[in-house]
Design a protein around this ligand. Structure first.
Ligand SMILES: Cc1ncc(COP(=O)(O)O)c(C=O)c1O
Length: 310
Protein backbone atom coordinates (compact mmCIF):
# COMPACT_ATOMS: atom_id res chain seq x y z
CA UNK A 1 0.00 0.00 0.00
CA UNK A 2 1.28 3.42 -0.96
CA UNK A 3 1.91 5.57 2.11
CA UNK A 4 1.94 9.31 1.58
CA UNK A 5 4.96 10.92 3.24
CA UNK A 6 4.52 13.22 6.20
CA UNK A 7 3.26 16.68 5.31
CA UNK A 8 2.69 20.00 7.09
CA UNK A 9 -0.03 22.42 6.14
CA UNK A 10 1.26 25.56 4.39
CA UNK A 11 -0.93 26.01 1.30
CA UNK A 12 -4.54 27.16 1.11
CA UNK A 13 -6.15 24.11 -0.45
CA UNK A 14 -8.12 23.10 -2.44
CA UNK A 15 -7.23 25.78 -4.96
CA UNK A 16 -10.14 26.74 -7.23
CA UNK A 17 -10.65 25.17 -10.63
CA UNK A 18 -12.10 27.97 -12.76
CA UNK A 19 -13.62 28.05 -16.21
CA UNK A 20 -12.82 30.86 -18.66
CA UNK A 21 -14.84 31.29 -21.83
CA UNK A 22 -13.74 33.69 -24.56
CA UNK A 23 -10.03 33.71 -23.73
CA UNK A 24 -9.15 31.07 -26.32
CA UNK A 25 -11.04 30.74 -29.61
CA UNK A 26 -14.05 28.35 -29.61
CA UNK A 27 -13.13 26.51 -26.47
CA UNK A 28 -13.40 26.59 -22.73
CA UNK A 29 -10.21 27.09 -20.76
CA UNK A 30 -9.93 25.55 -17.31
CA UNK A 31 -7.49 27.17 -14.90
CA UNK A 32 -6.30 25.46 -11.73
CA UNK A 33 -5.50 28.47 -9.56
CA UNK A 34 -2.33 27.40 -7.80
CA UNK A 35 -1.38 31.06 -7.78
CA UNK A 36 -3.94 31.17 -4.94
CA UNK A 37 -2.17 28.74 -2.59
CA UNK A 38 -1.47 31.83 -0.44
CA UNK A 39 -0.10 35.38 -0.64
CA UNK A 40 3.60 35.44 0.27
CA UNK A 41 3.51 31.68 0.60
CA UNK A 42 2.11 31.16 -2.85
CA UNK A 43 2.44 29.31 -6.14
CA UNK A 44 3.40 25.76 -6.97
CA UNK A 45 6.40 25.63 -4.65
CA UNK A 46 4.31 25.69 -1.51
CA UNK A 47 2.84 22.32 -2.38
CA UNK A 48 6.31 20.80 -2.59
CA UNK A 49 7.48 22.56 0.57
CA UNK A 50 4.69 20.96 2.62
CA UNK A 51 6.53 17.65 2.28
CA UNK A 52 10.11 18.93 2.26
CA UNK A 53 9.71 21.03 5.39
CA UNK A 54 7.90 18.19 7.18
CA UNK A 55 11.03 16.12 6.62
CA UNK A 56 13.32 18.98 7.72
CA UNK A 57 11.37 19.32 10.97
CA UNK A 58 11.28 15.59 11.61
CA UNK A 59 15.09 15.50 11.19
CA UNK A 60 15.43 18.27 13.77
CA UNK A 61 16.91 20.72 11.24
CA UNK A 62 17.24 24.37 12.16
CA UNK A 63 17.85 26.01 8.79
CA UNK A 64 16.56 25.57 5.24
CA UNK A 65 19.12 26.06 2.49
CA UNK A 66 18.20 26.35 -1.15
CA UNK A 67 19.06 28.08 -4.42
CA UNK A 68 17.56 29.68 -7.51
CA UNK A 69 17.69 32.68 -9.80
CA UNK A 70 17.88 36.14 -8.26
CA UNK A 71 14.08 36.46 -8.52
CA UNK A 72 13.36 32.85 -7.54
CA UNK A 73 9.77 32.24 -6.44
CA UNK A 74 10.91 28.99 -4.91
CA UNK A 75 13.52 30.74 -2.73
CA UNK A 76 11.00 33.40 -1.65
CA UNK A 77 8.45 30.73 -0.74
CA UNK A 78 11.11 28.74 1.15
CA UNK A 79 12.21 31.81 3.14
CA UNK A 80 8.67 32.71 4.17
CA UNK A 81 7.75 29.11 4.95
CA UNK A 82 10.90 28.81 7.10
CA UNK A 83 9.84 31.90 9.05
CA UNK A 84 6.36 30.45 9.51
CA UNK A 85 7.64 27.21 11.07
CA UNK A 86 10.44 28.84 13.09
CA UNK A 87 13.45 27.87 10.96
CA UNK A 88 16.20 30.05 9.54
CA UNK A 89 16.79 30.30 5.80
CA UNK A 90 19.81 30.63 3.56
CA UNK A 91 19.46 31.20 -0.17
CA UNK A 92 22.07 31.12 -2.92
CA UNK A 93 20.86 33.36 -5.71
CA UNK A 94 22.35 33.17 -9.20
CA UNK A 95 23.29 36.46 -10.83
CA UNK A 96 26.25 37.89 -12.68
CA UNK A 97 25.35 41.39 -11.53
CA UNK A 98 24.46 41.49 -7.81
CA UNK A 99 22.54 44.64 -6.80
CA UNK A 100 24.83 47.22 -5.18
CA UNK A 101 22.86 47.19 -1.90
CA UNK A 102 19.49 46.28 -0.43
CA UNK A 103 17.85 49.51 -1.57
CA UNK A 104 18.04 48.14 -5.10
CA UNK A 105 16.24 44.88 -4.19
CA UNK A 106 12.87 44.34 -5.87
CA UNK A 107 10.15 41.68 -6.10
CA UNK A 108 11.02 38.29 -4.62
CA UNK A 109 14.52 39.43 -3.65
CA UNK A 110 13.11 42.29 -1.58
CA UNK A 111 10.73 39.91 0.20
CA UNK A 112 13.53 37.46 1.01
CA UNK A 113 15.58 40.30 2.47
CA UNK A 114 12.66 41.67 4.50
CA UNK A 115 11.95 38.19 5.87
CA UNK A 116 15.50 37.96 7.22
CA UNK A 117 17.03 35.36 4.91
CA UNK A 118 20.76 35.00 4.68
CA UNK A 119 21.35 35.84 1.01
CA UNK A 120 24.45 34.96 -0.97
CA UNK A 121 24.82 35.90 -4.62
CA UNK A 122 26.59 33.30 -6.75
CA UNK A 123 27.73 33.29 -10.36
CA UNK A 124 26.84 30.86 -13.14
CA UNK A 125 29.95 28.70 -12.54
CA UNK A 126 29.06 28.21 -8.88
CA UNK A 127 25.48 27.53 -9.85
CA UNK A 128 26.44 24.88 -12.37
CA UNK A 129 27.69 22.82 -9.37
CA UNK A 130 24.89 23.96 -7.06
CA UNK A 131 24.03 20.62 -5.44
CA UNK A 132 27.62 19.90 -4.59
CA UNK A 133 28.30 23.48 -3.46
CA UNK A 134 25.24 23.61 -1.20
CA UNK A 135 26.22 20.31 0.42
CA UNK A 136 29.85 21.37 0.88
CA UNK A 137 28.80 24.62 2.55
CA UNK A 138 26.09 23.07 4.72
CA UNK A 139 26.55 23.11 8.49
CA UNK A 140 25.05 20.64 10.98
CA UNK A 141 21.25 20.95 11.22
CA UNK A 142 20.90 22.41 7.73
CA UNK A 143 18.27 20.91 5.44
CA UNK A 144 19.29 21.37 1.82
CA UNK A 145 16.48 21.67 -0.72
CA UNK A 146 17.44 21.33 -4.40
CA UNK A 147 16.56 23.97 -6.99
CA UNK A 148 12.79 24.35 -7.28
CA UNK A 149 12.20 21.78 -4.51
CA UNK A 150 12.41 19.29 -7.36
CA UNK A 151 13.22 15.86 -6.01
CA UNK A 152 11.25 12.70 -5.26
CA UNK A 153 9.79 14.02 -2.02
CA UNK A 154 8.92 17.43 -3.53
CA UNK A 155 7.13 15.66 -6.39
CA UNK A 156 4.50 14.65 -3.85
CA UNK A 157 3.27 18.24 -3.97
CA UNK A 158 1.84 17.58 -7.41
CA UNK A 159 0.91 13.96 -6.82
CA UNK A 160 -1.45 15.28 -4.15
CA UNK A 161 -2.49 18.19 -6.39
CA UNK A 162 -3.70 15.60 -8.91
CA UNK A 163 -5.67 13.85 -6.16
CA UNK A 164 -7.30 17.22 -5.48
CA UNK A 165 -7.98 17.84 -9.17
CA UNK A 166 -9.45 14.35 -9.48
CA UNK A 167 -12.22 15.35 -7.07
CA UNK A 168 -12.85 18.67 -8.87
CA UNK A 169 -13.01 17.56 -12.51
CA UNK A 170 -16.38 16.79 -14.04
CA UNK A 171 -14.81 15.40 -17.18
CA UNK A 172 -11.29 14.81 -18.38
CA UNK A 173 -9.64 17.93 -19.84
CA UNK A 174 -8.10 17.54 -23.29
CA UNK A 175 -4.62 18.51 -22.02
CA UNK A 176 -2.78 19.96 -19.02
CA UNK A 177 -0.40 22.85 -19.67
CA UNK A 178 2.11 24.09 -17.10
CA UNK A 179 5.29 26.18 -17.01
CA UNK A 180 8.48 24.21 -16.42
CA UNK A 181 11.60 25.50 -14.67
CA UNK A 182 13.19 22.60 -12.81
CA UNK A 183 10.82 19.76 -13.70
CA UNK A 184 9.42 18.77 -10.32
CA UNK A 185 5.92 19.95 -11.09
CA UNK A 186 5.64 18.01 -14.35
CA UNK A 187 7.18 14.92 -12.73
CA UNK A 188 4.64 15.07 -9.88
CA UNK A 189 1.72 15.63 -12.26
CA UNK A 190 2.70 12.62 -14.39
CA UNK A 191 3.13 10.42 -11.32
CA UNK A 192 -0.22 11.59 -9.97
CA UNK A 193 -2.07 11.03 -13.24
CA UNK A 194 -0.76 7.47 -13.40
CA UNK A 195 -1.74 6.86 -9.80
CA UNK A 196 -5.29 8.17 -10.31
CA UNK A 197 -5.79 6.41 -13.63
CA UNK A 198 -5.87 9.60 -15.69
CA UNK A 199 -2.63 9.12 -17.61
CA UNK A 200 -4.41 9.44 -20.94
CA UNK A 201 -4.55 13.20 -20.32
CA UNK A 202 -1.52 14.67 -22.15
CA UNK A 203 0.64 16.96 -20.03
CA UNK A 204 2.65 19.70 -21.77
CA UNK A 205 5.47 21.31 -19.84
CA UNK A 206 6.32 24.62 -21.49
CA UNK A 207 10.04 25.29 -21.02
CA UNK A 208 10.80 28.60 -19.28
CA UNK A 209 14.52 27.81 -19.61
CA UNK A 210 16.74 24.94 -20.81
CA UNK A 211 15.36 22.53 -23.42
CA UNK A 212 13.41 19.34 -23.94
CA UNK A 213 16.32 16.84 -23.59
CA UNK A 214 17.27 18.48 -20.28
CA UNK A 215 13.74 18.20 -18.89
CA UNK A 216 13.21 14.65 -20.20
CA UNK A 217 16.23 13.60 -18.12
CA UNK A 218 15.38 15.76 -15.11
CA UNK A 219 11.75 14.60 -14.83
CA UNK A 220 12.60 10.99 -15.48
CA UNK A 221 15.30 11.04 -12.81
CA UNK A 222 12.81 12.37 -10.24
CA UNK A 223 10.34 9.57 -11.03
CA UNK A 224 13.06 6.89 -10.81
CA UNK A 225 14.08 8.25 -7.41
CA UNK A 226 10.45 8.28 -6.33
CA UNK A 227 9.93 4.73 -7.57
CA UNK A 228 12.87 3.53 -5.49
CA UNK A 229 11.28 4.93 -2.34
CA UNK A 230 7.61 4.26 -3.20
CA UNK A 231 7.54 1.30 -5.63
CA UNK A 232 3.82 1.94 -6.37
CA UNK A 233 4.86 5.12 -8.21
CA UNK A 234 5.93 4.60 -11.82
CA UNK A 235 9.49 5.10 -12.98
CA UNK A 236 8.91 7.05 -16.20
CA UNK A 237 11.68 6.74 -18.80
CA UNK A 238 13.02 9.82 -20.60
CA UNK A 239 11.15 10.42 -23.84
CA UNK A 240 7.72 9.86 -22.29
CA UNK A 241 7.16 13.46 -21.21
CA UNK A 242 5.96 16.24 -23.50
CA UNK A 243 7.80 19.54 -23.51
CA UNK A 244 7.31 22.59 -25.67
CA UNK A 245 10.45 24.56 -26.38
CA UNK A 246 9.43 27.50 -28.52
CA UNK A 247 8.54 29.99 -25.77
CA UNK A 248 11.80 30.52 -23.90
CA UNK A 249 12.26 33.60 -26.10
CA UNK A 250 15.23 35.75 -25.14
CA UNK A 251 16.10 33.37 -22.30
CA UNK A 252 15.32 32.59 -18.69
CA UNK A 253 13.66 35.54 -16.94
CA UNK A 254 13.92 37.70 -20.06
CA UNK A 255 10.99 38.88 -22.12
CA UNK A 256 10.37 41.10 -25.10
CA UNK A 257 7.99 44.10 -25.07
CA UNK A 258 5.61 42.03 -27.25
CA UNK A 259 5.54 39.22 -24.67
CA UNK A 260 4.88 41.76 -21.90
CA UNK A 261 2.06 43.26 -23.95
CA UNK A 262 0.48 39.80 -24.30
CA UNK A 263 0.65 39.42 -20.51
CA UNK A 264 -1.14 42.76 -20.07
CA UNK A 265 -3.70 41.73 -22.66
CA UNK A 266 -4.61 38.56 -20.70
CA UNK A 267 -4.96 40.67 -17.57
CA UNK A 268 -7.31 43.08 -19.33
CA UNK A 269 -9.32 40.29 -20.92
CA UNK A 270 -9.97 38.04 -17.95
CA UNK A 271 -8.21 39.39 -14.84
CA UNK A 272 -5.62 36.61 -14.67
CA UNK A 273 -2.26 37.98 -13.53
CA UNK A 274 0.55 35.99 -15.15
CA UNK A 275 4.25 36.43 -14.42
CA UNK A 276 6.84 37.18 -17.11
CA UNK A 277 9.30 34.41 -16.13
CA UNK A 278 7.11 31.28 -16.13
CA UNK A 279 3.36 31.47 -16.52
CA UNK A 280 3.26 34.01 -19.34
CA UNK A 281 5.63 31.83 -21.36
CA UNK A 282 3.40 28.81 -20.82
CA UNK A 283 0.20 30.74 -21.47
CA UNK A 284 1.62 32.02 -24.76
CA UNK A 285 1.74 28.43 -25.99
CA UNK A 286 -2.03 28.23 -25.39
CA UNK A 287 -2.73 31.50 -27.13
CA UNK A 288 -0.47 30.87 -30.12
CA UNK A 289 -1.22 27.18 -30.70
CA UNK A 290 -4.67 26.52 -29.21
CA UNK A 291 -5.40 23.60 -31.55
CA UNK A 292 -2.49 21.68 -30.14
CA UNK A 293 -4.27 21.27 -26.80
CA UNK A 294 -7.77 20.21 -27.85
CA UNK A 295 -11.25 21.34 -26.91
CA UNK A 296 -10.82 21.90 -23.17
CA UNK A 297 -7.25 22.60 -22.06
CA UNK A 298 -6.44 22.95 -18.37
CA UNK A 299 -3.78 25.50 -17.47
CA UNK A 300 -2.14 25.19 -14.07
CA UNK A 301 -1.41 28.72 -12.92
CA UNK A 302 1.71 28.25 -10.82
CA UNK A 303 1.92 31.82 -9.44
CA UNK A 304 4.98 34.07 -9.60
CA UNK A 305 3.27 37.46 -9.28
CA UNK A 306 6.21 39.07 -7.44
CA UNK A 307 8.40 38.56 -10.51
CA UNK A 308 6.13 41.02 -12.28
CA UNK A 309 7.13 43.66 -9.77
CA UNK A 310 10.89 43.09 -10.01
C1 LIG B 1 5.73 30.62 -11.01
C2 LIG B 1 6.42 29.36 -11.38
N1 LIG B 1 5.83 28.56 -12.28
C3 LIG B 1 6.39 27.40 -12.68
C4 LIG B 1 7.63 27.01 -12.18
C5 LIG B 1 8.20 25.72 -12.67
O1 LIG B 1 8.05 24.68 -11.75
P1 LIG B 1 9.13 23.50 -11.71
O2 LIG B 1 10.40 24.13 -11.19
O3 LIG B 1 8.57 22.52 -10.79
O4 LIG B 1 9.32 23.03 -13.10
C6 LIG B 1 8.28 27.81 -11.24
C7 LIG B 1 9.61 27.48 -10.69
O5 LIG B 1 10.52 27.02 -11.29
C8 LIG B 1 7.67 29.01 -10.82
O6 LIG B 1 8.25 29.81 -9.92
Amino acid sequence: MLTEPERIQLARLDTPLESYAGVLPDRELLVKRDDLTGSGLSGNKIRKLEYLIAEALSHGCKRLVTCGGIQSNHCRATVLAAAKVGLEAKVYLRTNAPPRDATAYRGNLALMHMAGASIEFVDADWYAERDQNMSLNAVPHDYVIPEGGSNALGAWGYISAIAELHTQLQSKPSAIIVATGSGGTVAGIELGLRLYDMHDIPVYGVCACDDEPYFQQACSRITYEAHQIWPELDAIPPGQFKFIEGYVGLGYALSTPEEREELHCIMRRCGLVLDPVYTNKAFRALVHEPDRFGHQPLFIHTGGIFGLLA
